[in-house]
Write a protein that binds this ligand. Structure first.
Ligand SMILES: [Zn+2]
Ligand SMILES: [Zn+2]
Length: 430
């Protein structure tokens, strides 16, 4: 009798969750869990708790639930459950910016998954996001290419939206803003059309993707000078996130609002937005986004040239977080900001050294265009990614390819043909 009751509690939790009564749902599941004797029911309830924690930004809880799922999967010696649990474990580690662990666990998820389930595609997405964290862009593209193929084969639009989002993130990191915007627009359009066709049952999840993709439009719009468009996107995403208590999106909206205010020289307002965002993101243990917010705050503090001391202190924290994550691109950006501080303080020799460290980091992550020998992603520029996943300045590679014969069009780095190889990513935008 007790087991029937716990099963009912789990279902009641699901109903509460669908009614957007999240905390009550989490409470139901948490109370029911210790009374459960059936391991499979425990596993699925932990899965509900894992998704709920993830949606609320409770990333450490997410990790704990995933670890408990792994134990059950091993106890039952069930590979289907193992694949699901490893996928959760990899995503939790990615969100906590433990990228090496995230990559290993997504490998395990793929290893235990069946060829027909969508877990492979989602595990590849986690891997791609983790490789962005580690600034290994060719690996990001390799994973996204496979994931996009799976999303097309299985007609999984939510997977496709995430591939496009991550692709936008790649171009944003490389400072090719028009391409970043093009990918985020595609993702948003797909999220909108998906929401139209999604049934009542999936209304929550499709609304979440509409909100998320709208937010992701804001940064490339702002960087291309459309502050009004960027503000509109953030405000709409913020409204939707606030009404549902979607804390991860709320925090990221605050960072974007800080960026927009900074672009308009409203430095005091910008600082307040960044500070609120950093607080929330640190609560969620989101080291990646909190470092981005810290860099925004440093730029704001440097604008009037009066708060250099405070800017230096925050920059030191940002640099140590970027280093602990293994993110060399963010480290390079910290050193470039430090160069600015040192130059304004007339410490020219130290400034030159900071610039050299930044350049060395760009070389280490292979972000030097082998054609012109200049770094990519340091200044806004158009970037072209070849089907072999090698990256160049667009003008450099186009110049080179135009000079060659049709047959000889191959990548200057790996010699693979540009024309005859297949890449879903390379073809997805144009
Ligand atoms: Zn170049
Ligand atoms: Zn190549």
């Amino acid at each position: 009798m007790g087991q029937r009751m716990t099963r009912r509690q789990v279902d009641e939790g699901l109903e509460l969750y669908a009614q957007k009564n999240y905390d009550a749902a989490i409470k139901k599941w948490t109370t029911a869990l210790p009374k459960m004797k059936d391991n499979r029911l425990r596993f699925s309830t932990l899965g509900h708790l894992a998704s709920a924690s993830r949606d609320r930004g409770r990333n450490k809880d997410y990790l704990v639930h995933a670890v408990q799922q792994i134990d059950i999967a091993h106890e039952l010696d069930d590979n289907v459950l193992r694949a699901q649990a490893y996928l959760n474990l990899s995503r939790a580690n990615e969100m906590l910016a433990d990228y090496f662990k995230a990559v290993s666990y997504s490998r395990l998820a793929i290893q235990y998954s069946q060829t027909t389930d969508s877990i492979q595609g989602y595990a590849l997405l986690v891997m791609a996001d983790s490789y962005i964290g580690l600034c290994n862009f060719p690996k990001v593209l390799e994973c996204l290419d496979k994931s996009l193929y799976i999303s097309h084969e299985s007609e999984d639009h939510l997977m496709e939206i995430q591939v496009l989002n991550t692709m936008g993130k790649v171009f944003l990191a490389l400072k090719d803003f028009p391409k970043a915007l093009a990918f985020q627009r595609r993702a948003h359009e797909l999220a909108l059309s998906n929401a139209v066709y999604a049934g009542e049952q999936n209304a929550n999840i499709s609304a979440k993707f509409v909100r998320l993709t709208k937010l992701k439009l804001a940064t490339p719009l702002r960087l291309m000078g459309d502050l009004q468009g960027a503000t509109k996107c953030v405000e709409e995403a913020m409204r939707s996130a606030s009404s549902l208590g979607d804390r991860p999106v709320q925090a990221k909206c605050l960072v974007c609002l800080g960026d927009i205010q900074r672009s308009q020289n409203n430095n005091e307002v910008a600082c307040k937005k960044y500070e609120a965002a950093i607080q929330m993101l640190q609560d969620m243990n989101d080291r990646y986004s909190s470092t981005l917010a810290m860099l925004g705050l440093v730029k704001t503090l440097l604008a009037p040239d009066t708060h250099t001391q405070m800017a230096s202190e925050i920059l030191a924290t940002a640099l140590s977080t970027a280093t602990s994550m293994g993110n060399k691109l963010m480290q390079a950006r910290c050193h470039l900001l430090n160069e600015r501080i040192l130059t304004s303080d007339n410490q020219l020799e130290d400034a030159r050294q900071a610039f050299e460290i930044a350049q060395r980091l760009y070389r280490e992550i292979d972000l030097i265009c082998t054609i012109c020998k200049e770094p990519m992603g340091m200044y806004p520029d158009q970037i072209q990614i070849l089907t072999c996943t090698h990256i160049f300045h667009e003008r450099c590679i186009l110049n080179l390819l135009q000079r060659w014969t049709y047959e000889a069009q191959s990548c200057p780095k790996c010699n693979k043909s540009v024309l005859h190889s297949r890449s879903y990513i390379a073809l997805s935008l144009f």
